[in-house]
Design a binder for this molecule. Structure first.
Ligand SMILES: Cc1cc2nc3c(=O)[nH]c(=O)nc-3n(C[C@H](O)[C@H](O)[C@H](O)COP(=O)(O)O)c2cc1C
Length: 366
């Protein structure tokens, strides 16, 4: 499995975990990297000192290449990106912002930079800014997905860009990996499939729920945090999108807890949010509610009040393996699919698995 992405990062398999804030902790990152992929830490809106400690912990758990994600538009986002540069993280993945300054500084120490994008315009900008690759999230993806599906976005970016494209959104197994490579991607990044593992920090209730859910059980709306975003369909998520107005009192009270968690003085958080204008204020208010619900996904496992980002690929999750088992299963399935596509294995055309659909197409070609 040598691809532009295995070459770029010096890894065995072209598989990354998404740098999920508050989810992709050092143990997940090390497990993915130790299994031959690229583990990516999620700095989210952590206080910068938490991010620094996490990067050092990752280095104590693996000597393999790893990456870290910083969403630049979130509180602490820029400060976290600076920490990643100071710690000389091998692969910096930024999202929600402009990262030309990160590219310049990372390249100076030999680091690689990958921008997360969800449309053609952002991908072209990332290439113009000197990024080494992009992670392109199609409409199926968890979190801030775009309008265009992975099946269309990836081949279009492969036509347009000179840098490698990593496909995100809708990928959860070996067939998805092979399909992404066929569309022109150099690798895949998976979020939902990686949090539904033994290392995923979500409460068992949510992991078991994910196994039960099907491909239609997510909600895509801009009412979660002001930007179109995909979340698991839970009662809380449905209440949030259907609410006539924001609960401003609850948000105000919640803001004190958030300021403490982010280690930012409340007044500074409030004034910096207010200074960004009314649209951003509403977005931050919504995000604060969402973060509270995400917290419940981790701690109490309250299926009524909790909520988490989840892609349509949740319908492809049927078990809760360890990351080492998952990586082995994905590679084994990808190799089987490749053999079948190459016509090496004569197969029946029965059944509804991804593999049998591959047999059908190869028989038609024959
Ligand atoms: C729980 C969760 C948290 C996420 N947090 C982040 C984040 O902090 N930064 C980011 O750039 N993307 C984040 N994402 C989006 C992923 O980077 C990725 O685009 C998405 O998971 C791909 O779709 P999939 O879940 O179907 O694999 C998150 C996704 C999930 C599931």
């Amino acid at each position: 499995m040598n691809t532009s992405i295995t070459e770029l990062f010096g890894i065995q398999y072209p598989i990354l975990n998404a740098g999920m804030g508050r989810v992709a902790f050092p143990n997940m990152v090390a497990a993915v990297s130790n299994a031959g992929g690229l583990g990516v830490y999620g700095a989210g809106s952590n206080p910068p000192e938490v991010t620094r400690a996490a990067i050092r912990e990752i280095r104590s758990l693996t000597d393999k290449p790893f990456g870290a994600n910083a969403p630049l538009a979130l509180p602490n986002g820029m400060a976290n990106a600076k920490v990643l540069l100071e710690e000389k993280v091998p692969v910096i993945n930024y999202s929600m912002g402009k990262g030309d300054w990160i590219v310049k500084a990372a390249h100076a120490y030999g680091g690689k930079v990958v921008a997360s994008v969800n449309d053609v315009k952002l991908a072209l900008r990332a290439e113009a800014h000197g990024c080494d690759a992009v992670i392109a999230a199609g409409h199926e993806a968890a979190g801030h997905a775009g309008e265009v599906t992975t099946f269309v976005l990836i081949p279009r970016l492969a036509e347009l860009l000179k840098i490698p494209v990593i496909a995100a959104g809708g990928v959860a197994n070996g067939a998805g990996l092979v399909a992404a490579l066929a569309l022109g991607a150099g690798g895949v990044s998976m979020g939902t499939r990686f949090w539904t593992t033994q290392e995923g920090p979500m409460h068992e209730n949510f992991k078991n729920k994910a196994v039960e859910l099907d491909v239609q059980d997510t909600i895509f709306s801009d009412r979660f945090d002001g930007i179109p975003c995909r979340q698991m369909k839970t009662a809380a998520a449905e209440r949030m999108v259907n609410a006539k107005m924001l609960n401003v009192l609850e948000i105000f009270l919640n803001s004190f807890t958030i300021a403490k968690e982010l280690n930012i003085p409340w007044l500074k958080l409030a004034t910096s949010t207010l200074s960004m204008g009314p649209r951003h204020v509403e977005s931050m208010m919504r995000m604060s509610q969402m973060l509270k619900m995400h917290g419940l996904t981790m701690s109490s496992g309250d299926l009524d009040k909790g909520m988490t980002a989840s892609g349509q690929s949740v319908g492809l999750v049927h078990d809760l393996p360890s990351i080492a088992q998952l990586m082995q299963a994905i590679i084994a399935e990808a190799e089987a699919v490749q053999r079948r596509l190459a016509g090496q294995v004569p197969t029946p055309v029965q059944g509804g698995s991804a593999d049998s659909r591959v047999h059908m197409s190869s028989q038609h070609q024959a």
